[in-house]
Design a protein around this ligand. Structure first.
Ligand code: AP5
Length: 213
């Protein structure tokens, strides 16, 4: 089993990049999407997670590590995973290393999407998502053919509850405090591959595909 981690602040474009890598054989695993599914199903975990996520805070490490452990334990030999939004604390990074060691998996690369703060705020405030198929749009940078309507499902697009300017700035603060330390952690292991994410979507995607060979 091989793992590539997409690291970067909220709104850097992790999900947008992941969309094209799925077509290249990777299984996309977004802990944010897994948690939003729990919210949609109104499970006890989803109810607890919703409060934290809407406030821009992280869900506890043991919860997300448990989700990843469940997912990896039944992996077929040779599966390639693309992790989007995991790990995002040092504890999660250490737990991932332990899990991969137990399962004979390899962390191949950590792709770091770098993007200035004000660009991120603009991207997240303008993001729109399809509740049915999960397609992600931007009102200006990646608009659907018909305003506020999903190209795939034809239904009305929605805005994520944590995409208000106030919550976006809180998420950025949490990223700086809890996730940014992973950059030097993975640099020390020679795994970091920085990418300029402040370019048009197709250029960012092409750069990521290049570094992943
Ligand atoms: P999660 O869903 O992972 O959110 P995030 O990391 O904050 O990242 P986003 O999904 O907001 O942004 P993205 O980088 O994927 O950007 P996107 O491609 O959509 O997590 C949500 C919450 O869940 C967390 O806050 C936390 O509470 C919890 N959680 C999740 N994982 C956890 C964990 N491991 N531990 C603890 N808690 C966890 O792009 C954004 C917008 O920009 C889109 O509109 C897109 O169209 C546009 N765009 C993208 N790229 C470009 C570009 N190059 N140019 C112009 N526009 C672009």
């Amino acid at each position: 089993m091989n793992v590539v981690v997409l690291l970067g602040p909220p709104g850097a474009g992790k999900g947008t990049v992941a969309e094209v890598l799925v077509g290249k054989g990777y299984i996309h695993v977004s802990t944010g999407d897994l948690l939003r599914e729990q919210i949609r199903l109104e499970t006890p975990l989803g109810i607890k997670a919703k409060k934290l996520m809407d406030g821009g805070q992280f869900v506890p490490d043991d919860v997300v590590v448990g989700m990843i452990r469940d997912l990896l334990k039944d992996s077929a030999f040779g599966t390639s995973y693309l992790f989007d939004g995991f790990p995002r604390t040092l504890v999660q990074a250490e737990k991932l290393a332990e899990l991969l060691q137990t399962l004979n998996g390899t962390l191949e690369k950590v792709v770091l999407l770098e993007c200035p703060v004000e660009t991120i705020v603009e991207r997240l405030i303008g993001r729109r998502t399809c509740g049915k198929c999960g397609s992600v749009y931007h009102v200006t940078f990646n608009p659907p053919s018909k305003a506020e309507t999903c190209d795939v499902e034809g239904c009305e697009l929605t805005q994520r509850a944590d995409d208000t300017e106030e919550t976006v700035r809180k998420r950025l603060k949490v990223y700086t405090e809890q996730t940014a330390p992973l950059i030097s952690y993975y640099e020390a292991e020679g795994l970091i591959q920085p990418i300029n994410a402040d370019q048009p979507i197709n250029d960012v995607r092409a750069d990521v595909i290049k570094v992943l060979g």
